[in-house]
Structures are given as C-alpha cells and as structure tokens.
Design a protein. Structure first.
Length: 94
C-alpha cells in the first residue's frame, strides 16, 4: 500500500463564500478534502487530502471545489503508484 497527499489552490472572487472540496482518487474512492483559507478579502485557499492506494498503477486524481453560490472547478493529475518495496535482511542470527 502507498499513501499519497494532494493539495490544490482554490480561488474564489466572492467574499464570505463557503467552500467545499473533494478528491476523487481514480480508484473508485472519493473523500472530502480540507479547505484552508488564505485570505480574508476572498474565499481563496487550498484543498488538501490524503489517501492510501492498495494497488500499483496510474490513477487520474481529481480535486474539485464548489462554493455556496454554485461555482465549481476541478483539476486533474495523473498519479503513478509503484509496487511496495520488499527487503530481505537475510536469515535470523541468534
């Protein structure tokens, strides 16, 4: 299993808006993301989330943001997840 974290900027020109974010991880899992505001004059900030992939592969990860006025946007990135590393430390020694 491999964990991944994503963060994406969200810019909303409206003042006093409420933002919601979600991440579709490309493996059938969608999770809410945490919105962290960065400015008082607008509802700008960033959306962040983490996820554990259970299989190696390339996944199309989409971060979506929506405000309370109905505005929305999505950014997508390809994430390549490798197979877990395997280490053989040799035989036990007593």
């Amino acid at each position: 299993m491999r964990s991944a974290q994503v963060a994406h900027a969200l810019v909303d020109a409206g003042a006093n808006d409420t933002e919601q974010c979600a991440v579709a991880w490309g493996d059938g899992t969608v999770t809410p993301a945490t919105f962290t505001p960065t400015g008082a004059a607008t509802a700008s900030g960033s959306c962040a989330a983490s996820h554990v992939f259970t299989a190696a592969g390339t996944y199309q990860v989409a971060v979506s943001g929506t405000d309370d006025d109905g505005g929305s946007g999505t950014a997508t990135i390809a994430v390549r997840v490798g197979a877990p590393l395997s280490v053989d430390a040799g035989p036990d020694v007593s």
